[in-house]
Design a protein around this ligand. Structure first.
Ligand code: GTR
Length: 323
């Protein structure tokens, strides 16, 4: 090989080397267009490319096309999917500490939930999640979940005898049973059809999801029980993240934090708009002035859960003592 050829070969190697270093991540998102988290995840992808100078690019797969949420969480843990926007509810069966957020009425409000996440409670949950392979880069808002059905659900007694769809987390099953209802664990993608055909009588979610997947088209009443305030995360495979250089870690984290702040802004506006839209479409929204009957009914859920999981008491106390 002469000198010129060696130079060309060296140049090609450098180019190939650079090419090999650029990393393309696959991201999971359950929501479709028009949902605040879809726009936020697109923003996350843009910010990662920008802040890493193109060394990491992210392809976001919306609408849950990479699999159901419990499956996708597992995929991120093993590194088959790199990153995703996950609800902490379905993380609970894999990371016990995440179950804190699935105890009904554990948070007084969304700001209270964020204060807990930004304090010792969030540190404990985040560390346990990272240990399990799914590291939270930033927390995002998912508002509060309330019941909807073909009638108003203003007291726990209104749930009696109803078949209510829940996510596949034991605490939600207990929650519905404690009110005398029949819990029906089911994937998000199946709920609209189940409501439509009467396989279930009702479900529970926040306004943006109630609207975006058409649950409002097949129910008549949305009752503001606000029994669960479940945060979400932008979460990455732990090994993948730890293998990055310090600078790349900072860039990815900053991208997630910025995308999460953007999500919270979109959420505030989008959630109000979703409520207006479903009301305009004929949904009767009822305010529940006194939620104590619901809270009282949950006493049994806490008792049973903490008796079986005494090591969760500390997290519960941290949440309850956070102002
Ligand atoms: C939504 C949440 C999704 C999913 C869904 C459900 O509010 O953003 O991640 O958990 O609820 O009920 O399955």
């Amino acid at each position: 090989m002469n000198f010129t050829m060696s130079l060309i070969a060296a140049g090609a190697a450098v180019l190939l080397g650079t090419g090999a270093m650029a990393d393309n991540w696959r991201a999971w998102n359950i929501h479709n267009d028009g949902h605040p988290n879809t726009a936020a995840m697109d923003r996350f992808a843009e910010l990662v490319a920008e802040k890493t100078g193109g060394e990491i690019t992210v392809d976001v797969f919306h609408g849950g096309v990479l699999g159901s949420q419990p499956d996708a969480i597992e995929q991120v843990r093993i590194g088959a999917i790199d990153v995703g926007n996950f609800n902490l509810g379905p993380i609970g069966p894999m990371v016990k500490e995440a179950n804190l957020v699935s105890l009904p009425f554990i948070f007084k409000s969304v700001p209270h939930m964020f204060r807990v996440l930004e304090g010792e409670g969030g540190e404990i949950m985040g560390a346990a999640m990272a240990e399990a392979g799914i590291l939270p880069l930033a927390w995002v808002d998912a508002g509060a979940r309330s019941f909807y059905a073909q009638k108003a659900i203003n007291t726990p007694a209104d749930v009696e005898g109803l078949k209510i769809r829940v996510k596949t987390t034991d605490l939600y099953t207990s929650m519905i049973s404690a009110m005398g209802g029949n819990p029906s664990p089911m994937a998000f993608s199946e709920v609209q059809q189940a409501l439509k055909t009467g396989v279930v009588d009702g479900a529970e979610n926040n306004f943006p999801s109630f609207k975006s997947v058409g649950h409002y088209e097949v129910t008549t009443h949305y009752s503001l029980s606000e029994h669960l305030i479940i945060p979400e995360c932008i979460c990455v495979n732990t090994t993948k993240f730890n293998a990055l250089s310090g600078d790349m870690q900072d860039a990815v984290r900053a991208a997630a934090e910025e995308a999460a702040l953007y999500q919270r802004e979109l959420w505030a506006v989008g959630s109000e708009q979703a409520r207006k839209d479903v009301e305009a479409a004929g949904i009767v929204v009822t305010e529940i002035a006194d939620k104590s009957p619901f809270q009282d009914a949950m006493g049994a859920v806490y008792e049973e859960y903490l008796a079986a999981n005494p090591d969760m008491r500390k997290l519960v106390e941290i949440a309850q003592s956070t102002e």
